[in-house]
Design a binder for this molecule. Structure first.
Ligand code: GLN
Ligand code: ZN
Length: 758
């Protein structure tokens, strides 16, 4: 008895991030559009070839993208805001303008994709006329057919997910959006079916949330129409990241197959099948190999799970696959030869997961020899020596409520105002400064041994010094050292903390062309030695102004790493928090009395299902406090958040008890600001007054308006002026121009406030 295998998405970036390099070269106008198409075509075909060669039976096609799959869907259906349409750019440049903004128009909003560290471009449905610009999945399907004789499984984002994750419409307009998009989906699916696509995958991850609940009539009508208009097409409704919110409603939809996550569902999906049955004759695409994490699967256990599903659903009907697209894991462990062998033995990235599917297939056929070596590797990893750090465990036991609290906010504010004596509306930045080609090339040379430690450190010092001067010249009030020594805000700490490892080439797409290398938490985490003191103390020695210490917080370190699965995530988070607490203390002792602990990923880790959210939020507050409350009341703790909506979690943000928070605000067009109308926030706060993701420098008026809007709801005495986020991705000129503008706007504003006060 053989079982078939499938994939539902694969990393786009290539083994060496060729994807990123090709796209960025096009942006810099180093290559032409035709060259970009050629390069990406090759990458696309290659990713399919790998899957085909590994023997995957149903390979998904058209998961590939030039930036983001939600943006692809929007452009395909002509959901293109007027501010881009009217520029009359080429199709490709319109696409990239929507993603990145340009001189004439602000970029579309970007936000996180469910509980992952992937960010999608939010479709804007304001004043648009849906139309089919191109049958994208068909083009990708055809390429697979022509190049590899592969009858792939084309993939579309389903209408419920596409619309409900979008913006720019009222609740009562959802029906009409479904109605407008339905004929377009029909045409796409019809053409795919007529061309010969055997299976068509419709991603509806929104079905694991309760967001579609109020629109179920529209959802049913849509799938009903498709089944009537294209009766022969085999549709799979594919979900992932959680159990279905409403199993019975989903499996009643008139399609031929359902794809469910059996890794992140806490057994709820299999329980639902047991309790309510599975529709006869339909296929179950069973996500049994973890598509989100990097650990080898215990295939004996997986085979047992598959057998259980086969009993419930029918032997012929189950197809095995990863629990989600493999976009969220790195490409291959093969490039990680420098890792200790017993640790590497425990890892499985995208290519290895394909092998796991093959092995699982063999095992289900009855060939248990095939998985012997695999199972032994898992065994070897479980015995890695330093996975338990007893000292950390004992110290955590000792932490009580008192260790987690500080003096009242009012008292701290009084002490800190006196100590720092900053002007009204103090200006600052979020931490990183341009990681120029020079910075990156020096780091590379140092890593390759072409620069000595001393040479590299001298360069970092030079760069820090230059930028301290630049910041002073611009007139910023609270300075930063620039983070030149860091590649990435999490990786830097992952390299230095005990119990964590970093990879050489384990890149994962984060947003657009930006990739990150998430560290791996493989054991108990602890502080080996101070990680940031030297650089900050040096920067502080160069100036009379205050330089903020700069750390990444425990929530973000954990959420942007691959967590271990043998202890709870919250336990790991507290271990990291304890390490950061020691680092904060070390900074304070070295004379650094303003310390920022960044938590941009706070929101990202929020469980999808409402019933799990309170526990998560409590755990994050505890971890952040553990990291930051070990200091004197005169020491000012800052934090920073970005990349997602925070307007509905102000109370959690407040409970973190940071003295100052900076939050991204300009790209989400002020939603966060209005939430402060309802909530009286008693700490200091800076709502970003310009978007740093775009190369565009906002005008004086624009920045003033953003500041003005914030100060309509917040008291100037509690307000800081800063950009939305770190400046590492911008070039030197953009940063200097933008910050100069920001300081000028602030000075003008201070004058205005002073005039009013008189
Ligand atoms: N301090 C970090 C930086 O400026 C914060 C980055 C972030 O929030 N993503 O780059
Ligand atoms: Zn940020």
């Amino acid at each position: 008895m053989t079982v078939n295998t499938a994939t539902i998405g694969y990393p786009r970036i290539g083994r060496n991030r060729e994807w990123k390099k090709a796209i960025e070269a096009y942006w810099k106008q180093e290559t032409t559009e035709a060259e970009l198409h050629n390069q990406l075509h090759e990458l696309y075909v290659n990713q399919l070839r790998i899957q085909k060669d590994k023997g995957i039976d149903f390979v998904s096609v058209g998961d590939f993208s030039y930036y983001d799959h939600m943006l692809d869907t929007a452009v395909m259906f002509n959901i293109i805001p007027a501010r881009f349409k009217k520029q009359n750019l080429s199709a490709l440049d319109t696409y990239y303008a929507m993603a990145r903004g340009n001189k004439e128009a602000e970029a579309c909003e970007m936000t996180k994709w469910f509980n992952t560290n992937y960010h999608y471009i939010v479709p804007e449905f304001t004043d648009v006329t849906p139309a089919l610009n191109e049958n994208r999945p068909l083009a990708y399907w055809q390429k697979a057919k022509d190049e590899l004789a592969l009858n792939g499984k084309p993939l579309l984002i389903g209408p419920a997910t596409f619309i409900l994750l979008g913006k720019g419409f009222k609740q009562e307009e959802v029906s009409s959006l479904f109605a407008q998009l339905t004929p377009l989906y029909i045409q796409v699916i019809k053409e795919l079916h007529e061309a010969g696509a055997e299976w068509i995958q419709i991603d509806e991850p929104i079905f694991v949330t309760n967001k579609a609940e109020g629109y179920w009539k529209e959802v049913e009508a849509f799938y009903q129409r498709i089944s009537e208009e294209v009766p022969g097409a085999n549709l799979i409704i594919q979900t992932y990241f959680e159990a279905l919110d409403n199993y019975q409603s989903v499996v009643n939809l008139p399609v031929n197959a359902f794809g469910l996550d059996f890794v992140h569902d806490e057994r709820k999906n299999s329980e639902a099948i047991k309790a309510h049955g599975f529709p006869k004759g339909k296929k179950l695409f069973a996500g049994v190999i973890d598509g989100r994490n990097v650990w080898k699967s215990n295939l004996i256990e997986k085979a047992a799970l598959v057998s259980e599903l086969q009993k419930l659903v029918g032997k012929e009907e189950v197809i095995v696959q990863p629990s989600s697209t493999l976009l969220h894991v790195p490409v291959t462990v093969e490039t990680e030869q420098e890792l200790p062998a017993d640790i590497r033995a425990g890892l499985s990235f995208a290519e290895e997961k394909l092998t796991e599917l093959e092995l699982l297939k063999d095992l289900l056929k009855g060939d248990s020899e095939a998985v012997k070596a695999h199972q032994q590797e898992i065994e070897a990893f479980s015995k890695v020596a330093n996975r338990v750090h007893t000292k950390t465990r004992a110290e955590l036991e000792q932490i009580d409520d008192q260790a987690l609290s500080r003096a009242s906010v009012a008292e701290r504010q009084r002490l800190q105002k006196e100590k720092f004596d900053l002007p009204l509306l103090p200006t600052t930045t979020i931490g990183s400064l341009p990681q120029t080609a020079e910075v990156r090339s020096k780091r590379l040379k140092w890593k390759q041994g072409q620069l000595t430690n001393e040479q590299y450190e001298a360069f970092i010092k030079e760069e820090t010094k230059r930028w301290i001067e630049v910041q002073e010249e611009i007139g910023i009030d609270v300075l930063v050292h620039g983070e030149f020594e860091r590649t990435d805000m999490v990786e830097f700490f992952g390299e230095r903390l005990g119990g964590m490892l970093t990879t050489k080439n384990g890149w994962v797409q984060s947003y657009g062309s930006r990739c990150v290398r998430p560290p791996v938490v493989y054991g108990d985490v602890y502080l080996v030695e101070p990680m940031t003191v030297k650089e900050i103390v040096y920067a502080q020695s160069l100036t009379e102004k205050v330089v903020k210490g700069m750390l990444t917080g425990p929530i973000t370190i954990l959420n942007w790493s691959f967590p271990r699965t043998d202890i709870s995530k919250y336990e790991s988070m507290n271990q990291i928090a304890l390490a950061i607490r020691k680092e904060v203390k070390a900074l304070e002792e070295a004379g650094v009395h303003m310390i920022q602990v960044d938590e941009p990923a706070l929101r990202e880790g929020l469980p999808i299902r409402a019933e799990k959210q309170a526990a998560y939020l409590n755990a994050t507050v505890e971890a952040f406090r553990l990291a930051t409350t070990g200091v004197e009341d005169t020491t000012q703790i800052h934090t920073h958040m970005c990349y997602s909506k925070f307007d509905d979690m102000i109370d959690t943000i407040s409970a973190l008890d940071a003295d100052v928070i900076s939050i991204e605000a300009s790209r989400s067009h002020g939603n966060i600001i209005s939430s402060f109308e309802q909530y009286s926030y008693d700490k200091e706060i800076g709502l970003g007054i310009y978007d740093i993701h775009s190369p565009r420098i906002p005008s004086f008026e624009e920045m003033t308006n953003n500041l003005d809007r914030a100060l309509r709801v917040l008291n100037p005495a509690q307000f800081w002026v800063n950009p939305d986020c770190g400046l590492k991705t911008r070039n030197e000129k953009q940063v200097i121009d933008a910050l100069t503008q920001m300081v000028n706007v602030t000075k003008k504003y201070r004058e205005k406030l002073a005039a009013v006060a008189q």
